[in-house]
Write a protein that binds this ligand. Structure first.
Ligand code: SF4
Ligand code: SF4
Length: 453
């Protein structure tokens, strides 16, 4: 994409020009609304869903657990999360390589909720021209009532969003009960207030600046697209030279600026692909409407690729698509395998430094002690007893743990265990395993190193 993308740089230091996107109807608007309502319904519903008697989707930060329906991830399972994040990133790469920044225009919460806030703004202040007039006009009773009404509605929306977002981190039913009883804990109150404030600031005021200046995705989109990726583009070969309707010898573009007025990031698509373009397709609808009015074929602004715009051959299958697809398939298979074969017991062991900064201590009778912090997780859906023993150290005593260890479903226990071994093992590190067994569900182990000074 080198050479065709407009890079905003010095604009970052310029004063912000407020954008008043004009509402446009059209087939792309309908499709965007469909996605927007569907995704909002999903976002507002997910935290309320229950699974096995608990919240189905919850990032329980104090409990250090991530619930995703059947999957419950503990700190010991971060590899799962990493693999899922890598898969998500690869999916984004693949989608971007095929259809550009469709995620931004159709599925990103930033776009969806900014559009929802703009919709409410339109109810109170009217469409683009009316909003511009209102902002330029004096602060009379009409303007004050419009602005107050808008911010009151936004505040209600922000609070509802704040409550919903908080529900992904705190049990939402519990928060709701607290709210209904008027006995909101400090944690719940601060979390809801935080998300409410962020929603109001971001969707009410900050808006497109997030996409243009903060979102990293916009910055590296150039690396993800190629000359065959579909992008929202202006067909300069057909449109130029632009001119007014009555101008002789002009191209198809009647220079009406409808595409610019509809753009939520305030750019002119006729300047080529730009970082600020979130592929929302509003300019396609706006231009199609104009083309209908002047009896010209639609599609002056349309989904196309750079090769398509230049009339060159377009390739559907490209090396990067093959590589992304293969990698995604491998990662997906690996995730499925790991999920199916996941041990019902999670175990992790970390050495604890002993008093005086020692890794090991010698007892008066000549034996050696090492201390480890042992974390156990019951991933089963039933209360279970586990036993812990060591393998690979010969005869050792394991103290500090009451056996069997009884764990409720999903419960995590962290305890310090003391290992006492004979000095005749020899100096240095001795690799061994903590083996955790369950009578019916198999076993799992964690590697550790016993140190003899
Ligand atoms: S240029 Fe078109 S597709 Fe890009 S953000 Fe503006 S209106 Fe949306
Ligand atoms: S809407 Fe279409 S015709 Fe009007 S300025 Fe934009 S590209 Fe030209």
């Amino acid at each position: 994409m080198r050479g065709i993308m407009h890079l905003p740089g010095s604009e970052i230091t310029m004063a912000r020009t407020k954008i008043y996107p004009k509402y446009v109807h059209g087939r792309w608007r309908k499709l965007r609304n469909f996605f927007s309502f569907g995704l909002q319904a999903l976002l507002f519903t997910l935290p309320w869903l229950q699974y096995n008697g608990r919240q189905a989707v919850l990032a329980d930060l104090p409990g250090r657990k991530l619930y995703l329906f059947e999957l419950v991830l503990h700190p010991q399972d971060t590899y799962f999360l990493h693999l899922m994040l890598i898969s998500g990133a690869l999916t984004l790469f693949l989608v971007s390589a095929v259809i550009g920044r469709t995620w931004c225009g159709y599925a990103c919460p930033q776009t969806i909720f900014t559009q929802a806030f703009i919709m409410v703004e339109r109810w109170f202040e009217g469409d683009r021209a009316a909003r511009m007039r209102l902002d330029k006009g004096p602060w009379d009773a009409h303007k004050i009532s419009r602005k107050l009404g808008k911010w009151a509605a936004w505040t209600v929306m922000g609070m509802w969003l704040g409550f919903t977002f908080s529900g992904y981190f705190l049990p939402i039913r519990h928060s709701f009960t607290q709210l209904m009883a008027g006995e909101v804990s400090m944690t719940t109150g601060i979390t809801i207030a935080f998300f409410t404030a962020v929603s109001l600031f971001d969707f009410g005021y900050f808006r497109e600046q997030f996409c243009c200046y903060l979102c990293p995705y916009a910055r590296f989109q150039g690396a993800m697209l190629d000359r065959d990726s579909l992008i929202v583009a202006y067909d300069a070969r057909r449109g130029e030279p632009r001119g007014k309707v009555k101008d002789q010898g002009r191209g198809a573009c009647i220079d009406c600026s409808a595409c610019v007025q509809a753009c939520p990031t305030g750019i002119d698509i006729r300047k080529g692909l730009q970082l600020e373009c979130i592929a929302c397709t509003a300019c396609i609808d706006a231009c199609d409407e104009m083309m209908d009015k002047v009896n010209q074929p639609r599609g002056l602004v349309r989904y196309s690729s750079l090769n398509g715009l230049e009339g060159a051959n377009q390739r559907l299958v490209r090396p990067r698509l093959v590589i992304y697809t293969v990698l995604l398939s491998l990662l997906g298979s690996l995730l499925c395998y790991l999920f199916i074969h996941r041990s019902p017991i999670g175990v992790d062991a970390v050495r604890v430094v002993q008093p005086g900064g020692q890794l090991a201590l010698i007892t008066p009778d000549g034996r050696v002690t090492n201390i480890f912090k042992l974390s156990l997780v019951n991933r089963l859906n039933e209360p279970t007893d586990f036993t812990v023993e060591t393998e690979g150290l010969g005869e050792v005593q394991l103290a500090g743990l009451q056996q069997p260890v009884h764990l409720e479903p999903g419960q995590v226990v962290e305890d310090q265990v003391l290992l006492v071994a004979q000095q005749n093992l020899g100096r240095g590190g001795h690799p061994f395993k903590f083996v955790v067994r369950n009578q019916h569900q198999g076993n799992n182990w964690a590697k550790a190193n016993f140190f003899i000074p």
